[in-house]
Design a protein around this ligand. Structure first.
Ligand SMILES: Cc1ncc(COP(=O)(O)O)c(C=O)c1O
Length: 404
């Protein structure tokens, strides 16, 4: 029956990293692989969802109040004026909002710039739409954007640039200069920007998230996507949105209606309460994550990981393998599961080099792509302490992690 699969489906094979996931399950490993919290969601939001269910809000629903709140929020945070009646599409999480944004704008053959490393789903969506992902490497160890690498990658077929800041997997928050470079490229080369801002409220050390849409000339060419998932620790509720110029938002809504019809009704009601959370909520979210970040950085640096970049936002640490380690990232994670009972994600799954000319690929040293492991620290203190305990049992005389 495989012959019956579409070309698209055949391209979307599961990654070898999924095997590690199965191994982790068999070994009952502590999960620092996946980017979802293992602690409860805020009570005021859960109560709102329960109350919506008890009020029998069980049917397809579009909660316009979400759009009104989002309009207020983007005005306060980014100075953007949007029309809540026309410029917002409520979707099932950022994931659907992003996919719909791609289907609303990308024709077969259109090129879409993705920064490398990047969150895995972008490439899949672009490919499903028949678009061509073009990867622009961010330079380690600080994951800096080299403007010349970006400008070189833009052609007359470039339709959009995808920007995820704060960034998964590195924890980078793009600097104002880098955002200016991206905005300048979009405006001068007449490209769209599609942003993924799911970590907009999770930034550290007084870093502030700036939306690319707030740069001159950008609002009319930017599709912002985001969701409740990370800000309110409810990744399973599936409420997200796209904010875009009216004709694009309308196209995204049309696609959303065909694909899923509506985001879950009770959780849209809870979104109304969530989005109205007081400033203290967002401050304590940041504070809590910052202390988890500090904990994991200290823990992993202490046992020998090479930490050259401290996350500025999101809740991932992209840790370099210990200096003298001869294992690849995948081999290392396998041993981490089997010997320490801890699972994280080998970094290579976030990298792509397919746009490099063979000359560039052979000249450049891209070995670093197999030298990182992504740890998700959106976990309870108990979970993080258990990781520390497990790693602590495997240290050599120098206090470094010794895997065999
Ligand atoms: C960068 C990024 N975007 C989007 C998502 C998914 O967001 P949602 O749950 O709203 O679909 C994730 C989840 O890990 C993510 O890391």
């Amino acid at each position: 029956m495989e012959g019956k699969l579409s070309r698209t489906a055949k391209k979307l094979t599961s990654s070898p990293i999924q095997e590690l996931s199965h191994l982790a399950q068999r070994c009952n490993a502590i999960n620092l692989a996946e980017g979802f919290p293992d602690f409860p969601a805020p009570l005021h939001i859960k109560n709102a969802a329960v109350s919506a269910i008890n009020s029998d809000l069980n049917q397809y629903r579009h909660v316009q109040g979400i759009c009104e709140h989002l309009a207020k929020i983007v005005k306060e945070m980014h100075g953007l004026d949007i029309d809540p009646l026309t410029d917002v599409a409520i979707c099932c999480g950022q994931t659907e909002a992003f996919a719909a944004a791609i289907f609303a704008t990308i024709d077969p053959g259109d090129e879409v710039i993705l920064f490398d490393p990047s969150y895995e789903t972008y490439q899949g969506c672009v490919t499903m739409a028949g678009g061509v992902p073009i990867h622009v490497p961010l330079d380690p160890p600080q994951w800096t954007l080299d403007p010349s690498k970006l400008l070189r990658s833009i052609t007359e077929r470039t339709k959009a640039i995808v920007l995820n800041s704060p960034h998964n997997p590195t924890g980078k928050v793009f600097t104002k200069d880098e955002l200016e470079t991206i905005a300048g490229a979009c405006c001068s080369r007449n490209c769209l920007a599609i942003t993924d801002e799911v970590y907009e409220h999770i930034t550290y050390d007084n870093q502030k998230h700036i939306s690319l849409a707030s740069f001159p000339g950008m609002q009319e060419r930017t599709i912002i996507t985001s969701s409740l998932s990370k800000t309110f620790s409810v990744t399973g509720w599936r409420v997200g949105w796209a904010i875009a110029p009216a004709c694009i938002a309308s196209a995204i809504r049309n696609i959303h209606v065909i694909v899923t019809d509506s985001a879950p009704a009770p959780f849209q009601e809870a979104a109304l309460i969530a989005l109205r959370s007081p400033p203290e909520y967002f401050e304590s979210l940041r504070r809590d994550y910052q202390s988890k970040r500090d904990y994991i950085v200290k823990l992993l640096a202490g046992v020998g990981f090479k930490i050259q970049f401290i996350p500025q936002g999101s809740f991932f640490l992209f840790a370099g393998l210990p200096e003298n380690c001869s294992l690849s990232d995948v081999e290392f994670v396998k041993k981490l599961i089997l010997e320490a009972g801890v699972v994280a994600v080998p970094g290579q799954g976030f990298f792509h080099t397919n746009n490099l000319s063979s000359n560039e690929a052979s000249n450049a040293d891209y070995n670093y792509q197999k030298r990182y492991i992504r740890f998700a620290f959106c976990k309870s203190e108990t979970t993080l302490a258990a990781v520390s305990e497990r790693l602590g049992k495997l240290l050599d005389a120098a206090g470094h992690l010794a895997l065999h």
